[in-house]
Ligand binder design. Sequence first.
Ligand code: NAD
Length: 437
Amino acid sequence: MRNICVIGTGYVGLVSGAGMADFGNSVICADIDKSKIDMLQDGGIPIYEPGLKELVERNVNASRLTFSADVASSVKDAEVIFIAVGTPMGDNGEADLKMVEAVATTIAKNLNSYKIVCTKSTVPVGTGARLEALIEQGKESDFEFDVVSNPEFLREGSAVKDFLLPDRVVLGVNSERAANVMREVYRSLFINETPIVITNVPTAEMIKYASNAFLAVKISFINEMANLSDKVGADVHTIARAMGLDGRISSKFLHPGPGYGGSCFPKDTEALVYTGEQHGVDFQVVKAAIAANKSQRDVILAKAKELVPDLKGKTVAILGLAFKANTDDVRDTPALEIIQGLEAVGAIVKAYDPIASDNMKKFFLPNLDTRDSVVDTVTDADLVIILTPWNELRGLGLKDLKGYLNAPNIVDARNVLSVDQLKEYGYNYRNVGRSKI
Ligand code: NAD
């Protein structure tokens, strides 16, 4: 059991803080956003994440998990400090490390014992070394510290399960002392034989980008296969299934759609390309995946125009705003560019999402006409576009739905609807890679 402080109580910090408390550690989750901390102290959960409320409650009740807006004193009380603040995309595609560096400065000033400073934020290779230098320069005491890289692989929507039962844990360490402490932090996972990859800091930093970039490449690849399938009457789902049966390929991340989004793949792929450029390495494959992803938004818009050539003054019902199901996260969601594209040609957009509407309005589209139900959203629509594969949308009753529409046009950008039913009820439809089957 170790005393841990997690700095940054967002999607990653809150889940991993509560998760590490569940492993038996004593954890303070700290954040400069006082309103978030107040909410957590009052028993609220600032994000939507299945199972998180129960995990937090269990560990708060067991006195293993607390919250604080006083980052400095939280640092002083901890032996292991996890940095889990945001690393958004900078102006040139690089990872913006301002928040990470601000935390490093706070740690340096409050170094009152030996500490491990562990990056859980996704940071480019070389950041560990940079933080080490920053803390060494800024520290006001003689205490030692180790910098560790422990990239996080949880997925929003299944973050709790991913954290508690990960495929692997990656630990980049520079000393045996740090490795031993980190083994104790993750003792529960060592016991249940989770694969733990212990390596040096730069390798650990690279593993996260290599993993995310590879997954992004897979998505762009299958999207291009889907685009060709649409032209030639092939079924991309069958292609993906048969590809996935080859153990060298695996079936995961071969789902076509409107392109990847969210707070990780878009910025992490760009940051990897930027880091490559800094070192004279041209990431041609990743660059192509980024370009293909951007144009996949246009592919969906083109499908909308195939069904309704003149969208001016036409009502489009958007079903799904979150970048994927089971999250309220709308960062880099395909819905944003697709809605903007529709509005640019004069369409009237109404939108529904079970969870993410408030975030979409708060962060990106304050004037978006969001509705509280599918029925309200689709009533009198000339076109429906499904953008997030929420279970609720998978189960749409196509027979009844048709009665609400002005015209039976559907773009199923997530391939959640049955092609047989779309045909049976007389819809004009497009999907991604199955439109002609
Ligand atoms: P987030 O924006 O949800 O949370 C970051 C939190 O850090 C915010 O609550 C913010 O108030 C806080 N913060 C910022 N500066 C601070 C400071 N100086 N001191 C204390 N708190 C501060 O971000 P996130 O989605 O949790 O992502 C965090 C990191 O984890 C990023 O590097 C991201 O790439 C990485 N990551 C994210 C995911 C994911 O699914 N979201 C998965 C794996 C890795």
